[in-house]
Ligand binder design. Structure first.
Ligand code: NAP
Length: 863
């Protein structure tokens, strides 16, 4: 078939790039450096990307210009001086034009040309592309550098096409500008674009009516000259500053705080907030407290202080109230920087229409009708946002190797490996794609990182005689899960935001960007490369190769704990005496969050075989009686006490609605095996006998424990069965020690680097029991008879040396006919679940445990 082609569209190139904004320009520069033949296409009439289209009044960047600029060429940096802390759209566009000129990039860009379709040709190992003009061309590699917020959302308001007056879309603003002088103007939408444009439109218009569906958090930008501190830091050590940005959380060098909103004194909270408020920087106000992105109470402190500021500015109390965001946590919808936004509502010709109270019924020929009022306007500005992140990618009809389109593959949400590639679409790259930090970061830093990664990948492939790359299904599924894990520990999924796809009717609700941070993300990408392109399948003249695997398997907050512990260089506990190890644990425990409030806590003692045993009782806030849980702490039979698992016991009490009685027992090496078992059995007998007095429901007794406490709980259930009582209704074994064989695979795979080490377990066993005793079922319950035991909830953690013996116990119980709920805590370590309010990803597992216990309670009686 003959193929028509415009003279300036080549038939074949190495790489096609879609987009000529920050991403496309830098990519062209790097590809040319590699000697690859590349051509870029952009629908726009010139370079600039988002800064080409978004010319509405007040359009500015909201990352400081000291940071919102390329860093790949120090000469370029020296060449350009920004006039303001936050540059206007014309200045940023001028910068990008300067970049295009400086590196002579325009000769490889086809403007006014949209790529409409792309299909992978497997036999030829090339992409075949088509433009809107019908031109066709092919390339080895196809890169979408099309931006995250480049496709304006289609108007989803009844009657939107009916209006006869002037209509403007902030994301497609006329180049000649708009004169609003003397006009009655409406702005629909109060996101960043609305908030930036409203004060300027108000300054021209005869009247301005703002239609607000959701109020937004915004702080004053305090624009002016670039920050002298940042300029000085750049002047002193430009390379160091840029490197710090690359390894920062958000792509701008900033200090991370460890001040928690929950525990900081009021004056510290206020001071930190006011400092951030004065800074006029988004990353400042997003980082007032270490826990504001993950803890609602901490978040609400910041949110309330911002609401106070809004009320302090807006004269009319009702208008102020309507402008205060209240139904989503601060930061979970993109916050804004403004110049006199809230002040604008004090002007007599500006009116706010709160669509929550009176929604838009329809756009009419003359204006807008709400459910209670008809408005007439000369102009309507839609600042209604974008089909973010996935929209621009699926707007091209991309067909992969197996004939499936990208849109179809992503019908339930984007699925990518590192936000860079997607399985089934070989040699197809995305710059700042979904599931990369992109919109949660300084875009320029993230763009440079992606472009560098892609360029480096192509360079290596060429050097190794490879010409096809595609992620594996395993690697991709792992990355998607990791993204979800990261989002799940934050408050982000609680908002109906464009981050969640919630602004576009019918779009799947999944969290789109990677929230783990620029630094963590860069580390993951670098590791993938260092491990021989882990998770990628490569092919070419050199032959196929694949190092398959998942780059991040540990829960993100657990990984942070592990990193922190590694950085502290703590002495291994097995090098200490038992006394020193106990003192060490007490110091560590003193600094942890307290756990949830319970109804009542009582400290008392119960009679044991060799003296009184201290216990701590936790009572739920609800009216009793409650089910009872006899609980035994962890600590390898050497460490701990009745209150050493305090936060976990509180959590267990609240989640299960049970009275939890945490009983201490004698410890080794002072009292070796079987002293702990004897104490634990006596304690359970006493608790069962005193159930009513303790506020328990007789006959509803769970015996529970973590680690060595789980070992005791399992053994006590066996002993109670053999002794004919007490009656135990269920057992909860959390990462239990069930056997003295330290040769199981999890002892090697998880024996180091996951808090509980194989060496420490050896140390515990050595303190607790002699060789022959260890094999006794009262030390190694896996070796006992398991038939006739109470129904069990057994919890094992993926990265625990004790995982395999826990799994074995769950399997053996089931094989013996005992009802078992086996919960496998994916991505967790031995201590994850007891680190309440530190390892946030442990909370859903604890909820599952509580649900499983409730399920066992509802199950028909065992006999
Ligand atoms: P946006 O944040 O999605 O805001 C759109 C606004 O329109 C929201 O208030 C939304 O209300 C409202 N809206 C949408 N559909 C509506 C409907 N059918 N009826 C009534 N109201 C409707 O879009 P944006 O302001 O263009 O900003 C998008 C992103 O671009 C920003 O978050 C930011 O990342 C980026 N941006 C950056 C800058 C900068 O750097 N300075 C400037 C502009 C934009 P709901 O909230 O209820 O959906």
């Amino acid at each position: 078939m003959a193929v028509s082609r415009s003279a300036d569209v080549p038939a074949e190139v190495d790489v096609v790039v879609v987009g000529a904004g920050f991403s496309g320009l830098y990519l062209l520069y790097r590809l040319r450096e590699l000697g690859l033949r590349a051509v870029a296409f952009d629908e726009a009439g010139d370079v600039g990307g988002t800064w080409y289209w978004n010319r509405y009044p007040g359009a500015r960047c909201d990352v400081p210009t000291t940071d919102y600029a390329y860093s790949f060429d120090p000469e370029l940096e020296r060449d350009w001086t920004w006039s303001e802390k936050y540059a206007t759209q014309p200045e940023i566009l001028a910068y990008l034009r300067h970049v295009a000129d400086r590196y002579d990039l325009r000769r490889d860009i086809r403007f006014g040309t949209r790529i409409t379709a792309a299909a992978w040709d497997e036999p030829a190992r090339r992409w075949r592309l088509r433009t809107a003009d019908g031109d066709e061309l092919s390339c080895r590699y196809y890169v979408m550098a099309s931006g995250c917020l480049s496709l304006p959302k289609a108007p989803d308001i009844e009657g939107a096409g009916r209006y006869r007056g002037e209509v403007y879309l902030t994301g497609r603003w006329p180049h000649e500008g708009v004169d609003f002088g003397g006009k009655r103007v409406a702005v629909v939408g109060t996101g960043s674009s609305g908030i930036q444009s409203i004060p300027l439109i108000a300054s021209q218009a005869a009247s301005l009516t703002v239609f607000q569906r959701t109020p937004n958090f915004s702080i004053p930008a305090r624009n002016g000259p670039p920050s002298p501190e940042r300029l000085a830091a750049l002047a002193t050590d430009r390379a160091g500053y840029r490197e710090a940005a690359r390894w920062s959380r958000g792509g701008v060098p900033s200090e991370l705080t460890d001040v928690s909103g929950l525990t900081a004194p009021e004056e510290v909270r206020r001071q930190r907030f006011e400092d951030a408020w004065r800074s006029g920087e988004l990353f400042g106000i997003l980082g007032v407290f270490s826990d504001q992105a993950v803890n609602l109470a901490s978040n609400d402190l910041v949110a309330e202080m911002i609401r106070e500021k809004i009320r302090g500015v807006v004269g009319d109390a009702d208008v102020a109230d309507a402008l205060c965001p209240k139904d989503y946590p601060f930061g979970t919808k993109r916050p804004c920087l403004d110049t006199s936004y809230f002040e604008t509502f004090n002007l007599p010709h500006v009116r706010l229409v709160d669509l929550r109270g009176t929604p838009i019924a329809s756009v009419t020929e003359a204006g807008i009708d709400t459910t209670t009022e008809s408005f007439e306007f000369d102009a309507i500005v839609f600042a209604t946002g974008f089909d973010a992140m996935t929209g621009p990618l699926v707007s091209v009809d991309v067909t992969g190797a197996d004939g499936v389109t990208l849109e179809r593959k992503w019908e339930h949400g984007p699925v990518t490996y590192l936000g860079l590639m997607t399985t089934g679409f070989p040699n197809f790259f995305m710059v700042t794609g979904p599931q990369s930090p992109s919109v949660l970061s300084n875009m320029v830093v993230s763009i440079e990182q992606h472009v560098d990664w892609i360029a480096d990948c192509l360079r290596r492939m060429r050097a190794e005689n490879l010409d096809r790359i595609e992620p594996t299904a395993l690697a991709e599924a792992g990355w998607v899960r990791h993204n979800q894990d990261c989002a799940d520990i934050t408050l982000y999924p609680r908002a109906n935001s464009w981050y969640m796809g919630a602004n576009v009717p019918g779009k799947p609700r999944v969290f789109l960007p990677y929230v783990g941070g620029v630094d963590a993300y860069r580390r993951a990408c670098d590791e993938v490369t260092e491990k021989g392109f882990l998770g990628f399948r490569l092919d070419g003249p050199a032959g196929p190769r694949c190092n398959d695997g998942v780059i991040r398997r540990v829960q993100p907050d657990v990984a942070m704990v592990l990193d922190l512990m590694a950085s502290l260089g703590l002495p291994p506990m097995e090098t200490m005496s038992a006394t020193d190890a106990r003192a060490f644990m007490e110091v560590i425990d003193a600094g942890r969050p307290p756990g949830p409030e319970v109804g009542e806590i009582i400290d008392a003692a119960l009679p044991g075989p060799a003296g009184y045993l201290a216990y701590r009782l936790y009572r739920p806030p609800s009216r009793g009686p409650h089910p009872l849980i006899a609980y035994f702490h962890g600590g390898g039979w050497v460490l701990g006490s009745q209150d050493s698992d305090d936060p976990f016991c509180r959590d267990l009490c609240v989640r299960t609605g049970s009275v939890v009685v945490s009983v201490n027992y004698r410890h080794a090496p002072e009292d070796r095996f079987p002293a702990a078992v004897d104490d634990a059995f006596a304690a359970v007998c006493w608790i069962a006998a005193n159930a009513t007095e303790l506020g328990g429901i007789p006959g509803q007794l769970t015996v529970a424990g973590w680690s060595a406490g789980g070992n005791l709980a399992a053994i006590i259930c066996q002993r109670a069965r053999d002794a004919g009582g007490p009656d135990i209704s269920s057992q909860l074994l959390l990462h239990p020690v069930t056997d003295c064989d330290l040769g199981r695979p999890s002892y090697s795979s998880n024996g180091e680097g996951f808090v509980l080490t194989a060496a420490l377990m050896r140390w515990f066993w050595d303190h607790y029991a002699d060789g022959p005793d260890r094999a006794d079922p009262t030390a190694s319950p896996l070796r006992g008879t398991l038939a006739g035991l109470p129904p069990a909830v057994v919890v094992t953690a993926e990265f625990d040396p004790l995982r395999d013996e826990g799994d074995a116990y769950a399997e053996a119980l089931a094989a013996a006919g005992v009802p078992v709920r086996h919960i496998r805590a994916r991505g967790h370590v031995h201590t994850s679940l007891v680190m309440v309010d530190v390892v946030i990803s442990g909370a859903p597992v604890r909820a599952e445990i509580a649900g499983a216990l409730a399920g066992l309670r509802q199950a028909p009686a065992r006999r």
